[in-house]
Design a protein around this ligand. Structure first.
Ligand code: GDP
Length: 166
């Protein structure tokens, strides 16, 4: 079977681990637990062209990411970049992470998620920011690991793109 390594990217606590859990195990937990080291989850997705086994790499906090980025990203076919819609600062980090990713991987596909979309009363992403991202070609997908909104779609979209670009 075709297999693809993909990496979760984004600041601390944006919901990377929760998105992986929702996608792979269909569960969500409010309890906050920092990921220790690197966790690799597997899931087979059925696309029109083929079945693809995703090997989803998920890492601990951003500081350690900087130290181990080469090992983490090595061999990745694409990334899931995650921002927290309730914390605009996490969007600033996203730009830096894309630069790092491009240094390590060249021009690999990524999907851009704005997560925690269930927390609408705390939502802090404005139209001006959205327009900027769209102008850059970063069409965001609004997701919620809590409700499951668009989570499958996001992983499938990345899987499709890693197939096309190989
Ligand atoms: P990570 O550090 O990026 O892996 O973030 P986690 O997945 O550990 O999530 C950090 C915190 O945000 C946890 O308390 C999660 O329960 C919570 N969380 C993650 N995704 C969502 C979401 O979509 N909605 C809400 N309401 N909380 C979320």
């Amino acid at each position: 079977m075709i297999s693809r390594k993909i990496c979760m990217l984004g600041s601390f606590a944006v919901g990377k681990t929760s998105l992986v859990k929702r996608f792979v195990e269909s569960i969500f937990s409010e309890k906050y637990k920092t990921t220790i080291g690197v966790q690799i989850s597997k899931k087979v997705v059925t696309l029109t062209a083929a079945d693809v086994q995703l090997l989803i790499w998920d890492i601990e906090g951003a500081d350690d990411f900087i130290k181990m980025k080469t090992r983490y990203l090595s061999g990745a076919a694409g990334c899931i970049l995650v921002v927290d819609g309730t914390r605009p600062n996490t969007a600033k980090t996203a730009n830096e992470l894309v630069e790092l990713m491009q240094q390590e991987l060249g021009d690999k596909p990524f999907v851009f998620l704005i997560n925690k979309h269930d927390l609408l009363h705390e939502w802090r992403i404005d139209d001006a920011q959205l327009k900027l991202w769209q102008a850059n070609g970063w069409a965001p997908i609004f997701t919620s690991a809590k409700t499951g909104e668009n989570v499958e779609l996001a992983f499938h979209q990345l899987a499709e793109r890693t197939l096309k670009e190989s």
